[in-house]
Design a protein around this ligand. Structure first.
Ligand code: AQP
Length: 345
């Protein structure tokens, strides 16, 4: 098996309406990566069902995420676009990893604590084991790089720990299988391109913008029309002070900072440049400018997504073809894993 030098894996869950945070923090960074890496972009529907999803909505949202990848410039011929459940090797490797990872490691995962909330006993077992499936998503392709947001850093660390423990536990079998250095799974590197983006809720500057937030007004959805975008920014929580002229002046003003950072990310300016332009002005002037900018950037993408969603058979065909290409890579890994672990095949 040839050594993989430059393979990138990333995924988005089809759990609800894609929002500005998913776009700025993840999806818009995908297309440029195609120039540097062999890219595998997954719609992680098996992760999505760790919390309840209406089956028909899951199918629709899976197509919407795939369409968003393509609408933002990912080329399904050049890169692989597929949904996770089409490649059963993800689940197979996740089981092996469930037996490699330690319960103590899982107990430290903060995202489980956040997502399970107070009613932990009632969370699904899948939600608890989520990081082990994520490790399998990455390592079944022996991906060398994963773009990670702030919130996923801990899971990538766990992926590296699982890879290392697998390599140690099965060292002699790995060497016997022809991997002389004993490094069957790589130490996947985080890829931080540009400043880490964390877009916050429009209703609460201390909470991240999230698909599963019950308040519709907290989120700019990628598919929102111009009126809705304007209305959501208009109603966004702020404070009564005008915008400062220096970035330091945003300290202690999380909602103002969030809006300035959104403007900066959408326009390609720094927050300091944005404040140079808008410092001293109130939100009555800034919010409409922000809405206009957001509409000009998002509406070509949402139109393209709508056009693609009108032909689900075409999208399903792209996902199926991507699934076949992904499965060929995944099977190559799993053939060795089964031998290494001692399964009769
Ligand atoms: N608010 C955000 N700011 C910046 N980046 C964000 N991402 C999510 N929210 C923000 C990034 O989007 C990618 C895909 O996320 P995901 O769907 O796999 O899961 P998530 O991070 O759990 O996203 P949500 O919107 O919060 O979904 P739910 O509510 O279903 O949990 C990731 O790269 C993430 O960093």
């Amino acid at each position: 098996m040839t050594k993989i030098e430059n393979r990138l894996f990333s995924g988005v869950q089809p759990t609800g309406d894609l929002h500005l945070g998913n776009y700025l923090g993840a999806i818009r960074r995908f297309a440029p990566m195609q120039d540097k890496f062999e890219c595998i972009f997954c719609v992680v529907d098996m992760h999505a069902i760790t919390v309840w999803q209406e089956p028909e909505a899951l199918r629709q949202k899976t197509r919407e995420v795939a369409a968003a990848y393509i609408a933002t410039g990912v080329d399904p011929e050049r890169s692989i676009i597929f949904n996770q459940s089409q490649v059963m090797q993800h689940a197979e490797l996740a089981w092996v990893f469930n037996c490699v990872a330690r319960i103590g490691w899982m107990n430290r995962m903060t995202q489980f604590k956040d997502k399970a909330g107070k009613n932990r006993e009632n969370a699904s077992l899948g939600l608890y084991a989520y990081p082990s499936l994520m490790a399998a998503d990455i390592l079944v392709y022996r991906a060398t790089h994963v773009p990670v947001g702030d919130d996923q850093k801990q899971h990538l660390e766990l992926t590296r720990d699982i890879a290392q423990k697998f390599n140690n536990d099965f060292n002699s079998q790995i060497v016997a299988e022809g991997f002389e250095d004993g490094q069957f799974f790589p130490q996947t590197e985080p890829l931080i391109s540009g400043p880490a983006m964390r877009i916050m809720s429009l209703r609460d500057g201390s909470k991240k913008m999230s698909k599963s937030d019950p308040s519709e007004m907290s989120c700019i959805a990628l598919m929102d029309d111009a009126d809705k975008i304007a209305q959501k920014f208009k109603k966004a929580k702020t404070d009564p002070e005008p915008l400062p002229s220096e970035a330091d002046g945003l300290d202690g003003r999380p909602e103002a900072r969030n809006l300035v950072e959104i403007y900066a990310a959408l326009s390609g300016m720094t927050p300091q440049d944005v404040l140079q332009e808008f410092g001293g002005q109130g939100f009555g002037a800034f919010k409409p400018a922000l809405a206009e900018l957001a509409v000009s950037k998002l509406s070509p993408i949402s139109s393209e997504i709508s056009r693609m969603l009108a032909d689900p058979a075409e999208l399903d065909g792209i996902l199926r073809k991507g699934g076949e290409r992904a499965a060929a890579h995944a099977e190559e890994t799993m053939k060795h894993v089964r031998e290494i672990v001692g399964f009769v095949s």
